[in-house]
Design a binder for this molecule. Structure first.
Ligand code: ADP
Ligand code: MG
Length: 386
């Protein structure tokens, strides 16, 4: 998947010359650590071998001309404009990165660029972060400057928050910018320190199963969960004056002081606190090569998201149950915000064929919906290919 020649040929067809650079930035899957990021907690994503690619060539007139190979549309803007496009929503991610980089005084140049990619859109694999990080690399290549990867992630996140208008956390851009082949990254969302943790380089696949259920409800439920976590901290701080976020609370703390909390808020807090512990345990499990233990932690994560955090749904539960019934599956859980979207399963390579067959059939039987599968490997983060 690192052959840049196809996109070079496409560029030549659209713009009539050869590109001077090709960049890629991957999508991601979160293996464990869900709804922990806005509680200053831990997440554990891997970059996947589905990516967004941009091939380009600098221009001297400060104009950015884009061609989307997916949408078959052109978009064009002058550096320095802060206008959003209504007709070409996809171009706003590129515009946004340009606006943020300009505000930080990077020496931007215009460019002709073709945008393409294999990350499924709006399926929870974060194609938007991949597009932002790829756009950042494209501006770097065109302007011949270079940004350190962690900063690239932060600037890309700002583009999504301040220009596109989605209040995302840092995980997606971070893992797209800093992912490593055959590794997941344990990221501390408070300090932004991270640890690469090796995944087996052969023998096991990450299988993402799309429920193809639109993630309805997600905004209101997300805001409600955030508010409940904040309420938990506000009440617990009376007994635990040192805490700033649920990140600072232990399960023993919750047992001792749970009476301060409304029962629903207590369950929300218990998910976040236990999920943080599961992330740290997962790192240990993988470091000692214990996939069985890691799989059990994934399973427990799903149970906690379903029962304590209540962000699962019939489709996600059906997919996870069907996955666990397959011989050769270490563990399965919902991934992403919930109420639809995808599950992630750790599957022995030899079982991937029957996984798709059997989970597809069982999921259809239970829900009347077709599942889509993406078989992934943990891949390198964003890079320049040409
Ligand atoms: P997600 O990040 O979960 O995939 P989003 O709704 O945040 O979903 O972002 C999806 C949007 O990102 C798409 O609708 C499109 O505008 C843009 N996008 C992502 N990848 C590409 C691509 N390869 N080409 C053009 N636009 C893309
Ligand atoms: Mg997105």
């Amino acid at each position: 998947m690192t052959d840049p020649s196809d996109i070079q040929a496409d560029f030549a067809t659209v713009f009539g010359s050869r590109p001077t650079f090709v960049v890629r930035a991957p999508g991601r899957v979160n293996l464990i650590g869900e709804h922990t990021d806005y509680n200053d907690g831990f997440v554990f994503p891997a970059a996947i071998d589905y990516d967004v690619r941009i091939a380009g060539r600098p221009r001297d007139d400060g104009v950015v001309r884009l061609w989307s190979a997916l949408f078959h549309r052109r978009a064009q803007f002058a550096l320095g404009t802060r206008r959003r496009s209504r007709r070409n929503g996809w171009s706003n991610y590129v515009r946004g990165v340009g606006v943020i980089l300009a505000s930080e005084d990077y020496p931007l140049r215009g460019m002709d660029a073709i945008v393409t990619g294999t990350v499924p859109l709006s399926s929870g694999l974060s194609s938007s972060a991949a597009l932002e990080v790829a756009s950042c690399l494209a501006f770097e290549a065109a302007g011949e400057f270079s940004i350190e990867p962690k900063r690239r992630a932060l600037l890309s996140q700002r583009a999504e928050r301040e220009f596109v208008g989605v209040q995302c956390g840092i995980m997606d851009q971070f893992i797209s910018a800093l992912g490593q082949a055959n590794h997941a990254l344990m990221i501390d969302t408070r300090s932004l320190d991270y640890q690469p943790v090796p995944l087996p380089s052969s023998g096991v696949s990450i299988v993402i199963s799309n429920t193809n259920k639109q993630r309805g409800l997600v905004d209101s439920a997300y805001n409600e969960r955030r508010a409940q976590c904040e309420e938990g901290v506000r009440r617990l701080v009376k007994a635990l004056p040192g805490i700033r976020a649920l990140r600072d609370v232990t399960l023993a703390d919750l047992e001792a002081h749970g009476a301060l909390l409304d029962p629903v808020v207590l369950r929300r807090c218990r998910h976040v606190v236990s999920e943080n512990e599961r992330v740290l345990e997962s790192v240990e499990a993988l470091r000692s090569g214990d996939l069985g233990r890691f799989g059990r932690l994934m399973n427990r994560s799903h149970g906690s998201l379903r029962d304590d955090y209540e962000v699962s749904c019939l489709e996600l539960d059906a997919m996870v149950e069907a996955a666990r019934a397959v011989d050769g599956v270490y563990g399965a859980r919902m991934t992403g915000a919930g109420f639809g979207g995808c599950t992630v399963s750790l599957v022995a390579d030899e079982a991937v064929g029957r996984f798709k067959q059997s989970v597809g059939e069982e999921y259809l039987r239970k829900t009347g919906r077709e599942a889509t599968f993406y078989v992934c490997r943990a891949s390198a983060g964003a890079e320049r290919l040409l």
